[in-house]
Design a protein around this ligand. Structure first.
Ligand SMILES: Nc1nc2c(c(=O)[nH]1)N[C@@H](CN(C=O)c1ccc(C(=O)N[C@@H](CCC(=O)O)C(=O)O)cc1)CN2
Length: 283
């Protein structure tokens, strides 16, 4: 079989960010208000610092203002909740992003729930998850939303396909499966207690690897012609898929870097402008 075609997240994200920049500029022309994303980072984890900086830089490209709140690693849950509640009540902030992870001593769920649903542009609240699961208007989790956008751009219709999502995290695996289900895929979740992961993956027409284990999914486990989406973030820009072997079997595959990652940030920016439009009554 010939090599898989690459799903180019960098190119698609560039187009999404350009559209978003035009939309933001139009909103500012009409209302005099610049859409604003608040980023909140607890601690100084180097990867998280990099991701937040990338988001702030991309905001500039997209005509979005950003406001950053850096909190010490020892921040208590109640203080983080207070910060997020204050940003939720601030009319100058249209979207809020709490960078994950926040540290084991913090109740991350309580923190996410302190984000007002209308400002939850990262799609992390229960309200957003429920709306997304039922295909109702709201904000999607950014990486899963970016994945669906990539599938659409490359003509992959999930309806009737067997999709295997490897990973069940609240901001990645679980919502990715729900979005695929909402588009009529037959979804199987695999995780650390799955007994025969290889066998499950071999059944998949669409594989979404979202577990954070470098090169866990190998080419020999990929069904010939399957669509492989690598949503794994691991040190050294290595994905969850062993690209070199999987590319020989798949029909379409996302690279790391340059696949799902850029789409995560593009989705965040697009949803920030959408949130601002709704809050300013210009939707
Ligand atoms: N609150 C959130 N936290 C985290 C999320 C999230 O969506 N919301 N996702 C990940 C990390 N992440 C964004 O926060 C993220 C990771 C990677 C990229 C990306 O574009 N990577 C590039 C390579 C980057 C490089 O060269 O250093 C790529 O894949 O091409 C974007 C966003 C965990 N936390």
């Amino acid at each position: 079989m010939s090599q898989a075609r690459l799903m180019d997240g960098t190119a698609l994200a560039r187009r999404v960010v350009e559209d978003t920049a035009r939309r933001a500029a139009r909103l500012t022309d009409r209302t005099g208000v610049t859409p604003c994303l608040a980023t909140v980072l607890v601690g100084e984890d180097p990867a998280s610092v990099t991701y937040v900086r990338m988001k702030q830089n991309r905001c500039r490209t997209a005509n979005i203002a950003s406001r950053h709140v850096a909190l010490p690693a020892a921040t208590a849950t109640e203080d983080l909740v207070g910060t997020l509640a204050a940003l939720s009540a601030d009319p100058g902030v249209h979207g809020i992003l709490l960078q994950h992870p926040v540290g084991d001593h913090v109740d991350e769920r309580a923190a996410f729930e302190a984000i007002a649903p209308e400002k939850d542009v990262d799609g992390v609240t229960f309200a957003s998850f429920a709306a997304m699961s039922f295909g109702l208007p709201g904000f999607v989790s950014c990486t899963p939303g970016g994945i669906m956008r990539l599938l659409d751009a490359y003509g992959v219709d999930p309806a009737g396909k067997r999709a295997v999502v490897v990973g069940r995290s609240a901001i990645l695996g679980k919502p990715a499966g729900m979005l695929l289900l909402a588009r009529d895929a037959t979804v199987t979740y695999c995780h650390s207690r799955t007994e025969d992961l290889s066998a499950a993956v071999r059944e998949a027409d669409i594989v979404v690897a979202a577990v954070g284990r470098p090169r866990l999914i190998r080419g020999q486990d990929v069904k010939p012609g399957a669509v492989v989406v690598d949503a794994g973030y691991n040190a050294g820009n290595v994905g969850d898929v062993d690209f070199d072997s999987a590319v020989e079997r798949a029909s379409l595959i996302t690279p790391v870097p340059g696949g799902v990652g850029p789409m995560t940030i593009a989705t965040l920016l697009e949803q920030t402008v959408e949130a601002a439009e709704r809050q300013l009554g210009v939707a």
